[in-house]
Every structure is written in C-alpha cells, then in structure tokens.
Design a protein around this ligand. Structure first.
Ligand SMILES: Cc1cc2nc3c(=O)[nH]c(=O)nc-3n(C[C@H](O)[C@H](O)[C@H](O)COP(=O)(O)OP(=O)(O)OC[C@H]3O[C@@H](n4cnc5c(N)ncnc54)[C@H](O)[C@@H]3O)c2cc1C
Length: 393
C-alpha cells in the first residue's frame, strides 16, 4: 500500500499559510523582498553587529523583522506560544538555543545547563521531541581546531576537553532519561573530526536509548557520503541505531575561502549538482537501512523531499515511520513543512530562541541564505503572492 492518499504538492498555499493572517503574510512578503536584495543583506551582515555593539537603536527594527520571522522568543517560556501554534498543525519542534560566539568556561557551563533546562522543558511538551546542540556552545573553537589537526594538547587543554565532553555526556544522559532526542549540529570542516568522534562514542555508549543522539552530515562535503555509510555499517556491527541528520551544509563560501587561503584542496563539492547528488544518495541510503539508522531529512529543497517521499512509497514505508522525519528551519519553507505534515509525514521545525543580541550570527546566516543569490527567496515571494491573490478572490 502506498503511504499517501493523494500525491504531495508543495503548491497548496492554503495549507502552507493556514496559520498566517493577511497582515502577517504582507509583513513576511516585505521582509523576504528586502532580503532578496543581495547587496542589502551583504551590508547588513557587517553593519548590524556593529550597530548592536555601539548601542545604536536597531534592536526594535530587528525584533520586528528578522527576529520575529526566524526565532521563537527570547526565553524558553516565550517559545511556548510558537510551539503551541506549530502543534496545532501537527508540526513538531527541534528546540535550539541560538546563542553563538561566546567563549568562556562560565558561558559554556551556562549553555550546558540551558540545554538541560530545555530537555526537561521539552519532556513536558507534547510536540518537542528534539533539542539541537552546538559543540562550539560547549567548548572553544580553537581547542576543537587543535584536536582536529591532531596537535598535542597541554595538560590544561586536555582537562578543558575532558570537561567539554562531560558537558555533552551529561546532556545526553539527561536526554536519555527524559526520552528527548539530541541533534548535534555540524560546523566548519576544520573542527568537525573531534565532534564526530565524540558523538559517535556517545551513540554507542547510549545504545540502549535507541536513537537518542544524532550526528549531522553535511553532504556538500566530498567525503561525507562515504563517512555516513561507514557509520551506518559501524552501527550495524555494534548494535546501535545511528542518528543521522542530513543537511547540505551552511559554510560553503567560508570552506572554499579557507582552502584557497591555506592552499589545500577544497573539501566541498565544486558544483551544486554534485552536492544535490550526494544529498539525495544519502537520503536513499538511509531509507534502505532504516533498521540501523534514524534519519532527519533537513532541507528546504523540494526535489529532495519529493524523492524521499517517492522512495518511501516504493518501499511501502508508512509516512510516520519512527526513523524518518523531515525538518525545515522556522520561518522558512512553510509550504514544505505544512504540506508534508498534512499528508501525515513527521515534520519538525528547527526553532531557535535566545536574547536578541546573542542570536545575531544565526539571523545573519538566515538573511544571507535568503538572498536572490542563494535562490530561496523568489520561491517564498511567489508563494505568498499566490496565497494573497487566492484569498482576495
Ligand atoms: C533543520 C535544519 C538543520 C540544519 N542544521 C545544519 C547544521 O547542523 N550544519 C550546517 O552546516 N547546516 C545546517 N543546516 C543548513 C543547511 O546545511 C543548508 O545550508 C540549508 O538548508 C540550505 O540547503 P537546502 O538543502 O535546504 O537547499 P538548497 O537551496 O537546494 O541548497 C543550498 C545548499 O546547496 C549547497 N550549494 C549551493 N551552491 C553550491 C555550489 N555551487 N557548489 C556546491 N554546493 C553548493 C550549499 O550547501 C547550500 O547551502 C540546517 C538546515 C535545516 C533545514
């Protein structure tokens, strides 16, 4: 039996924007229109962090635009309202403490305790099955870089790393106890190896809490499809379920720039077509090995989602298979999330929260991703236009 009654279409804007009023849609339209201006977004990337630092009066403007669109609130309690709205559409949440770029031991301890607070909070909510964790929220970037490079650590650095690993382990332990999944983000390629190793070790150690921990695979990296297959094989041999969040990757320009500056071959694919091929192959591989892998198909790419659905149909997998979920970022691609959810697929929105000034790097990445160059925005704009026209009629 195929898993869906009617073929999924991402063009149904009445479903995609069912929770948005006309006024909200017009506000979102204006925001995406502005982000579509590549030069403005590029300028904002430099000007906004400076304006915040110099206490210029930009916060109100950011709060009413980017923050409102891409974040759930300043505190866990504020996120509740957004999560409840999503729950009404049967959409789940991956809760993300969006604070980035602060690097002291006190901040790392605070972030770790915030993650624990998130887990306990999520365990009392019906639609928050996951939290997202960033390793650079728990340890210095430079230390990860040293570990990745295989450099010898001083005794103090060894202790620092041990402390960071314990922070993550404590989070996973708590998550296993409260049955909340933990998705560890993938970051720059030159710090990724210690993150992979640490997450894999914990997955094996917490094999009894099946699928509690997810690693992230960036398929724009040339070596990741092979690594994913190796990890699935390892999971099979050692008897645990690999948690795999599949993304294309968010640091393309940065990866290429660093490789060119330092004179090593770029670790990312040379073309978008190659990234797309590896992404779709990774999804297909996971869907054929669901006994050993639980996968989160994290993408705004319609074609990748449709291919996944097609394969699920061919393999006669139910839409709500416990080892498959689709995920999009909050504020983006609601036409995918809402239509998938309406057809019974498991959908999670990645929902960041945190004090406005601390989530600026995240907001700037979203703005960047939504420029005309990145190509996502024109689709959002045309869908909103279509829905406004439909409502008028
Ligand atoms: C729920 C969720 C969680 C995420 N978590 C992470 C994370 O942990 N780590 C992370 O790095 N990113 C993460 N991302 C962001 C993700 O990596 C992508 O940047 C973003 O989703 C855009 O890719 P896409 O698959 O949605 O769509 P598309 O718009 O189809 O693809 C855009 C992506 O393709 C790749 N690409 C574009 N042009 C080229 C080119 N010329 N050559 C090669 N490749 C190219 C880039 O990766 C680019 O981001 C996450 C995204 C989602 C939805």
């Amino acid at each position: 039996m195929p898993s869906t009654v009617a073929p999924v279409s991402f063009d149904d804007t009445s479903i995609a924007f069912s929770s948005r009023s006309d006024q909200e849609l017009k506000r979102i339209y204006r925001l995406f229109w502005l982000m579509n201006l590549g030069w403005l977004t590029h300028l904002a990337k430099y000007v906004v962090p400076l304006a915040i630092k110099w206490h210029l009066p930009v916060k109100k403007w950011i709060r009413n635009t980017l923050y409102e669109q891409f974040c759930g609130g300043e505190t866990l309690e504020e996120v509740m309202e957004t999560a409840t709205k999503l729950a009404k559409q049967n959409i789940h949440v991956i809760l993300d403490y969006g604070v980035e770029g602060k690097e002291t031991e006190e901040v790392f301890d605070h972030t770790a305790s915030e993650y624990i607070r998130m887990i306990r909070y999520a365990s009392n909510q019906p639609n928050i099955p996951f939290i997202a964790v960033k390793m650079t929220g728990l340890v210095r970037f430079a230390l990860l870089e040293k570990l990745h490079a295989g450099s010898t650590l001083s005794v103090a650095e060894e202790q620092e790393w041990e402390k960071a690993r314990l922070r993550l382990e404590h989070i996973v332990e708590e998550a296993a106890q409260y049955r909340i999944g933990v998705m560890v983000d993938a970051e720059e390629s030159w710090i990724q190896q210690p993150i992979d190793t640490c997450v894999l070790e914990l997955m094996e150690r917490y094999a009894h809490a099946r699928g509690v921990l997810f690693n992230t695979y960036q398929l724009y990296r040339i070596d990741r499809l092979k690594l994913l297959k190796t990890h699935i094989q390892l999971a099979k041999e050692k008897g645990f379920v690999l948690g795999a969040k599949l993304v294309r990757g968010a640091y393309l320009e940065k990866e290429r720039r660093r490789a060119a500056e330092k004179g090593y071959p770029s670790p990312v694919h040379a073309t978008k077509a190659n990234t797309d091929r590896d992404y779709n192959d990774a999804v297909a591989y996971c869907l054929s090995h669901l006994e050993h892998v639980s996968c989160c198909i994290a993408t705004h790419n319609e074609k990748s989602c449709l291919l996944a659905i097609q394969q699920m149909d061919e393999q006669q997998l139910p839409a709500d298979h416990p080892h498959i979920c689709f995920s999009q970022l909050y504020g983006m691609s609601d036409h995918i999330s809402y239509n998938l959810s309406r057809h019974g697929y498991r959908v999670c929105k990645y929902l960041p929260y945190g004090p406005l000034e601390d989530v600026i790097p995240y907001l700037m990445r979203r703005a960047q991703e939504n420029t005309s160059v990145a190509g996502q925005t024109s689709r959002e704009l045309s869908l909103i236009q279509k829905e406004l026209r439909r409502r008028k009629l």
